[in-house]
Design a protein around this ligand. Structure first.
Ligand code: HEM
Ligand code: HEM
Length: 270
């Protein structure tokens, strides 16, 4: 890999910021808010931000960069697909539980459902995410789709994955702002009580985490090398794993640089 050190530094910061964001949201609900329980009240609502940030943001971010970790390049592509898909499914399950918590809370408290922009964008993101999983499994995991279908679908998969991830972060920022406006009464949000400052910092952590994940995922030179190149490297040491063969998201007309060769071999990587 080219620029190995900057990659590791950014990856470290991304993981650290994501983890600190999870600790922040935990402290928010336990220390500044009512805590956690499944009782139809405020404590049940608190599962919503906690699971949304832990699952839908932190886990999804990790799932997205998992192919890029250089120490996984000796693992088979199939195993990496299972890990990528498994982490995304876990993120989805946590997101759904977080939605059940907030819908149940609203129903018990007689608060209307789906009135806010936050809820519209959030629900759309969850629905698109489930579609992404179904299409990802059908096209890339099950051995049914031909190589040219996988190659044609890859840029769409990558774009929609990054689009959903970004949308989820925007949703969380809206939700955080709403909760601070609704929840802080005396002193109010505009008076900047300690909770407001603390949770504003949480919003910043989430934003920077998202930016780092997007940056890492759009660097062409940090992409997992093609299977063919990895195979060549394993059999003809020494060589440096240059990834000039790969292209960035914005320049991926054919996501499989060696797709022609692979198609001829009747194999496909994706
Ligand atoms: C409500 C989605 C994160 C705060 C909702 C609702 C949805 C949703 C669909 C509507 C529930 C209903 O109408 O009964 C999401 C998604 C998130 C997310 C997909 C993923 C990031 C957050 C976060 C907070 C938050 C981090 C911070 C506290 C709220 C609040 C409500 C709510 C206050 C009730 C008011 C409203 O309906 O807008 N959320 N949410 N959400 N969410 Fe989130
Ligand atoms: C690559 C997102 C589910 C298979 C990617 C990338 C993103 C992404 C952003 C680009 C990664 C990179 O360039 O480093 C998502 C999201 C999913 C999801 C958000 C869930 C909603 C799946 C599933 C599969 C899958 C279920 C099935 C195996 C792949 C494959 C790649 C990929 C094969 C290509 C990796 C490479 O460039 O070598 N995904 N994905 N994805 N995804 Fe997914």
């Amino acid at each position: 890999m080219e620029n190995h050190r900057p990659f590791l530094v950014l990856l470290f910061f991304a993981f650290a910021l994501g983890f600190i964001a999870v600790v922040f949201v935990l402290r928010w609900v336990l220390h500044f808010r009512e805590g956690l329980a499944w009782d139809g009240g405020a404590k049940e609502f608190n599962w919503h931000p906690l699971l949304a940030v832990t699952g839908f943001i932190f886990l999804q971010g990790i799932a997205i960069v998992v192919y890029r970790l250089p120490w996984t390049w000796k693992c088979s592509k199939l195993m990496m697909k299972f890990i990528h898909a498994g982490l995304n499914v876990l993120a989805f399950i946590l997101a759904v539980i977080s939605l059940v918590a907030v819908f149940d809370f609203h129903n018990v408290q007689n608060i209307p459902n789906m009135y806010s922009l936050h809820s519209w964008v959030g629900l759309a993101a969850v629905i698109l995410f489930s579609l992404q999983i179904v299409l990802g499994v059908c096209i890339f995991l099950l051995p049914v789709s031909p190589g040219y279908v996988r190659a044609a679908f890859m840029p769409i998969h990558v774009f929609s994955g990054l689009f959903i991830f970004t949308t989820v972060i925007a949703t969380a920022l809206m939700g955080i702002t709403e909760k601070l406006i609704f929840g802080l009464k005396d002193p109010k949000y505009k008076d900047s009580p300690p909770e407001a400052t603390f949770v504003n910092v949480l919003g910043l952590l989430i934003t920077v985490f998202g930016a780092l994940i997007l940056w890492i995922t759009t660097r062409a030179s940090w992409k997992r090398p093609s299977e063919q190149l990895l195979h060549t490297l394993h059999s003809n040491e020494p060589a440096s794993v240059g990834t000039k063969t790969d292209t960035a998201i914005s320049e991926r007309p054919d996501p499989e640089p060696n797709s022609e060769a692979r198609r001829r071999n009747g194999k496909t990587e994706e």
